[in-house]
Each structure stands twice: as C-alpha cells, then as structure tokens.
Design a protein around this ligand. Structure first.
Ligand code: PHE
Length: 497
C-alpha cells in the first residue's frame, strides 16, 4: 500500500489558491485544458483529412471507412484508460503517468504535423491512444485525491475541472479548423502539438509544488514477486501478440475491417468481464452486488447516450461538410467550427443546471431518472435532424441551425447524465474496485464508440431520415423503458442517491 495516508496526502496539497480550491486544481485544470485543446483540435479536422483526396492534401480514404476508423480511434483512446490506470496504480504513480502521457500525446500530434501519409496517421493514433490512457483518467483521479472525504468542495472542484475540459474543447476547433483551411491539415495538427507542449510546460513547472503528495506514489505498488510474475506474463503476452499479428498479416487477416471488428467486440467484452469479475469477487458483499445490478442499466444507458453524442465528430462532421449551407450573411463558416458548439453549450448551460439542481434540492430527479432524461435528449437531438432530412433532398444544403439545435439537445442530455455518471460510478462500484471506477466510466464511452464503428458507416445523405429516425427512436424508447423501471433501479441502489 501507499507510504502515505489519505490524510497526509490531502494535507500536503496547498488547500487554497484557485477559486477557493486547492492550488493543484490549477495545475490539473490547465494540463487538461491543453490536452483537450490538442485532442479536440485534432479531431475537428481528422475526418476531413482522412476523406479529402490526396491531391487536395488529404489521405483519400473511403468515406465509410474513415468514419469507422475515427470511431475505433475514439474508442481505444478511452479504453486505454484501463492500462493507464493500472500503470499509475501499480508502477508509475499518477503524477508521472500524466507527464509521460502528455509527452506521448505531443509526439502523436507532431507525427501528424509531418506530411507522411497514412503510416503517420496510424503511428500518431497509437501514441495518442496510449498517451491519453495515461494522462486523462489519472488527471481526473488526482483531482479527487486533493480533497478530504468530508470536503464539501469536491463536487464543485470536479465541475471546475469539467469547465477546463470544455474550454479547451471549445477554443481549439476554431483555431485548428481555421489554420487547416488557410494553410493545410499539417499546420492544424502542428497547432495541436504546440497546445500539448504548453500543457506539459505548465505541468512541469507547477506539479511538484501544487500537487505535492497527491498522485506521487503508486497506490498499490507491485511487490518484488509480483514484478517478476508480471514481467513474465507481459513478455509471454507480447510474444503471443507479435506472433498472432505476424500470422494475421501473412495470411491477409489483418485488414482495417477485421481490426475494426476486433475493437468493436472488445468494446463489449471488456466491460462485461469487468462486471462479472466485480460481481463474483469474494470482496464484493451482498449490498454491493445489488448496487452492481443497478449499475448495469445505467451503464447501458450511458453507452447508448455516448454513441449518439460522439457522432458529433463522425456522422455530424460529415453533415457539416456536405449537407450544411456554410455561407451565411456573406461569411463562410468553417465546417470544423461546429465541433466547438457542444463545448460552448456545456460552458454556458452547466451553471444553469447546477442552479436548477440546487433549487430543486431533495425534489430533484433520482439518478436513474436523470440518466433516462439524458438519453431522451440525445434521442431528440437525432430526431430533430428528421426535419431537414424530410424537407430537403440529399444534395441540397440546409441551414446551420439544424446542426446547432442537434448539438444543443445532445448537450442538455450530457448535463443530466455525465456529471451524475461519474459520481454514480464511484458510489455504485464495490469498494475493493474503487481505484478502477474512473476507467469503468470511461469504458461506457469506449463501448459506445466501438459500437459506432459498426453503425456510422451506414450513414449517407441518401438515407438520412432512416438513419437519424431509427437511432433517435431507439434512444427515446430506451429512455422510456428506464423511466418505467427507475423505481426498481433505485431500490437496487440500496440507499445510494
Ligand atoms: N467531453 C468529455 C471529455 O472530453 C467526453 C468524455 C466522457 C470522455 C466520458 C470520457 C468519458 O472529457
């Protein structure tokens, strides 16, 4: 176990210095701000880079494949949190993990900044997947480490941190999008690299003093015998993977499509194994088992929610580029700029929701009800797209108001589901697994995008009404089912609010 107690760790962190919060929050706020700046900036132009023809500076990848690859990428970026969490917990400690993660991410963007074609894309993806797995969940988790269990500021600390995420996500598509059209895509990716570089500097200069003992040491370091055993397992695992990879390439099994299929399966299999292991563990008692059962419908709801939400960068990015009238009032909108909208809506609406929950006090909806309403709004965000789909032909351009409304509804849903999601995960996961709850929550998003890799390729402007109608309809129906059973889920939660 860690050398320091929870109390010692909290006391080592300067408890004031950032809007009345521990000074370490400033470090994590800006590190995560710049990390998200780089991620969302890159993501705002990545689909366009992939499907734009080679002669226009893109990679010329077929449209459907490009969307699936992007979804798989998004899935792996959050799935890798399992590895990042494990490395931090057992070997590196969270502070070092965050720093190494940032370095890998920066190199990931640098690789894309160089005009080196599809190979660079895949190398970059690998670096950013591992880097984000090391940085993102550990940064969020150190936020929690800086407050004592009774500290009332914890929730508002997380809200502030969520603002940092969204400020980064808001600004970067504007800048990266503009630079990529004025110059070229590589300049855009280079800007993302510069962003992560600034984040690393902030972290390098301030982490030691501001975070102090929070996340410094691995919480549950490997013992000498475990180290030996794990080295053996990893070596064997790596050899098996290499051999399998080699055989698959040799026999032509490893195609983009089979890889997409493999990750889609992992997206479902990994959370399922997680649940089974937690449920059957001798460390999980009866009450915790009941809470786990309650968590299953919530998790599934979150998966369907994120599946719709995360299409902002695939299906809806294509919609911005191909179906939206970008010339209004003599001004040309950059299609990448739409990617800023969700974050902008989060920043402006989050305070309103905080106020609403405060006003409602004990009369506010229960967690399962909030989840259901969140999903319902995600459904609405797709159903609203039926209006332009049914009133215009596939080759016509529609007003940007439709995408704007779509993102607005999705964010209203996000504000009901996402903030409660993480805290519900923390409260419903068995104590023995509490270190992994951050990864578990990230898995809901990873599973969603793994599912999307199969779904998004079906979208094209010719079948829009069916596409948005079916997916939006499923979401609304599922939300009604959860509403109907919300009392049952509440009971299974055994007192957790
Ligand atoms: N907007 C969120 C973020 O970037 C998306 C997200 C949700 C990511 C849940 C991971 C898990 O942090």
């Amino acid at each position: 176990m860690s050398k320091y107690t929870e109390e010692e760790i909290v006391q080592s962190v300067p408890q004031k210095g950032f809007f009345g919060h521990p000074r370490g929050l400033m470090t994590l706020f800006f590190t995560e701000f710049w990390e998200r700046f780089s991620y969302y900036g890159m993501r705002a132009i990545l689909l366009y880079y992939m499907y734009t023809s080679v002669k226009d500076g893109g990679l010329g990848i077929d449209n459907g494949t490009a969307k699936s690859v992007l979804a798989i990428y998004g899935s792996l970026v959050y799935m890798s949190g399992i590895i990042g969490g494990w490395l931090a917990d057992r070997i590196l400690g969270k502070q070092k993990s965050i720093f190494y993660g940032g370095i890998l991410i920066m190199f990931g963007h640098i690789v894309l900044a160089l005009p080196m074609g599809a190979t660079a894309l895949f190398v970059s993806m690998a670096l950013i997947i591992i880097g984000t797995g090391l940085l993102k969940p550990n940064a969020s988790s150190v936020v929690g480490d800086m407050y004592s269990p009774q500290d009332m500021r914890r929730d508002s600390g997380f809200s502030l941190f969520y603002m940092g995420i969204n400020l980064g996500a808001f600004i970067s598509p504007l800048i990266v999008g503009a630079l990529s059209t004025s110059y070229n895509y590589h300049v855009g990716f280079g800007t993302a690299a510069v962003g992560m570089f600034i984040g690393l500097i902030v972290y390098w200069v301030t982490a030691k003093k501001n975070l102090a003992l929070a996340g410094l040491e691995p919480q549950n370091p490997l013992s000498a015998t475990e180290k030996k055993a794990y080295t053996k397992y990893f070596t064997i695992g790596a050899i098996v993977l290499l051999v399998l990879g080699f055989i698959s390439i040799k026999f032509g099994w490893l195609t983009i499509n089979s890889f997409i299929m493999l990750v889609s399966l992992l997206g479902i299999v990994i959370p399922t194994i997680y649940f089974i292991v937690m449920y059957r563990s001798p460390k999980t008692d009866k009450v915790e088992q009941s809470r786990l059962l309650a968590y299953i419908p919530l998790f599934i709801t979150a998966v369907v929610f994120w599946a719709i939400y995360e299409q902002s960068s695939t299906t809806l990015a294509e919609y911005a580029d191909k179906r939206t009238n970008l010339d209004i009032f003599g001004f040309t909108i950059n299609p990448a700029w739409f990617q800023s909208l969700p974050a902008l809506f989060v920043i402006t609406l989050a305070p309103l929701f905080a106020l609403l929950w405060m006003k409602l006090g004990s009369r506010q909806p229960s967690t399962p009800k909030k989840f259901a309403f969140g999903l319902m709004f995600a459904g609405f965000s797709f159903l609203i797209m039926l209006v332009p789909a049914l009133t215009s032909g596939p080759n016509e351009l529609v007003s940007p108001i439709w995408l704007t409304l779509c993102f607005l509804f999705a964010v209203i849903g996000e504000l009901m589901l996402s903030p409660v999601g993480l805290s519900a995960t923390t409260k419903l996961a068995p104590k023995a697994f509490s270190a992994q709850t951050m990864s578990l929550w990230f898995l809901s998003n990873a599973a969603a995008q793994a599912l999307n890799a199969q779904i998004v390729r079906f979208y094209n402007p010719g079948n829009e009404a069916m596409y948005f109608g079916i997916l939006g309809g499923i979401a609304v129906l599922l939300s009604l089912v959860l509403l109907m059973f919300s009392k049952v889920v509440e009971r299974l939660m055994q007192g957790v609010q």
